[in-house]
Design a protein. Structure first.
Length: 133
């Protein structure tokens, strides 16, 4: 996958988010870390796994809320004009939850997705995954 200069790359799982910007060009991907606001993990997940006596998994509910919070932040970035192109790399479970919260404007800016957990990996591993996609 070739990414234009300035593309935002979000690398996430249910507990951590790393943002990068492509400081290279389409021919030469070069990711640079980007600062981001704290993720509001108090946002309610999609509802597919809510806590109850029949489903007491508070950890999964927390991860779903974090994933929804990531997308809320990305949606705001797109709507505010701060994100021109976006690639989302996330653990498969987190990516599935994130997709449920995409705004139409975010979907229009989405250049690609990679369903892989790369949050603890090096920038070169992330770049390799994008180039292979």
């Amino acid at each position: 996958m070739m990414l234009p200069k300035g593309t935002t790359v979000a690398v996430a799982d249910g507990e951590k988010l790393n943002l990068f910007h492509n400081s290279g060009d389409e021919a030469g991907l070069k990711l640079a870390p980007a600062k981001h606001a704290d993720v509001d993990d108090a946002i309610q997940g999609s509802g597919s796994r809510q806590n109850s006596s029949g489903n007491p998994d508070a950890s999964q509910s927390s991860e779903d809320g974090f994933s929804a919070g990531i997308v809320a932040m990305l949606n705001k970035g797109v709507l505010d004009g701060n994100i021109d192109g976006l690639v989302v790399i996330a653990a498969p479970r987190a990516l599935g939850e994130m997709r449920k919260h995409y705004h139409k404007a975010l979907s229009a800016k989405l250049l690609g997705e990679v369903a892989k957990d790369l949050t603890g990996h090096s920038i070169s591993d992330i770049e390799a995954a994008i180039e292979a996609a």
